[in-house]
Design a protein around this ligand. Structure first.
Ligand SMILES: [Zn+2]
Length: 132
């Protein structure tokens, strides 16, 4: 299980990067999820919790680029088959992942329309002209 050891130096994970993380059951410590993010990991973990995935999250690998990150994720998913991973038979698509991450990172940012997440909004508005 060496490949699931948490990154010890927490100072390394306070900025955006290429991260692989695990999610454990809070009680049993069973591995339930392997994920990747290019956001600040704590932001990503908070987002999971707000969306019903309340696990014990921890970064297990810091990669140099998106491809390494997705290869590592795929290997671990194949090896451990965590219950909450939906895509298990293929690597995630980097472009899709990057754009999903980009959109996710706009949530809560008043600069972006909070309905479509794709258009800017004028100061003081929640939604763009298309969504309002
Ligand atoms: Zn919109």
């Amino acid at each position: 299980m060496d490949d699931l050891i948490c990154v010890k130096n927490k100072n390394l994970i306070f900025s955006k990067g290429f991260y692989v993380y695990k999610g454990l059951d809070k009680k049993t410590k069973e591995l339930l999820y392997i994920g990747t993010t290019i956001q600040v990991p704590n932001d990503r973990f908070r987002w999971h919790r707000n969306n019903g995935k309340d696990l014990l999250f921890d970064v297990i690998k810091i990669c140099d680029n998106g491809n390494d990150m997705l290869n590592c994720e795929f290997q671990l998913i194949q090896k451990y088959k965590p219950k909450l991973n939906k895509i298990t038979h293929r690597k995630q698509n980097l472009n899709v992942l990057l754009s999903d991450n980009e959109l996710e990172s706009r949530k809560g940012n008043p600069y972006w329309c909070q309905k479509c997440l794709k258009r800017h909004v004028n100061a003081g508005y929640m939604y763009c002209y298309n969504c309002s």
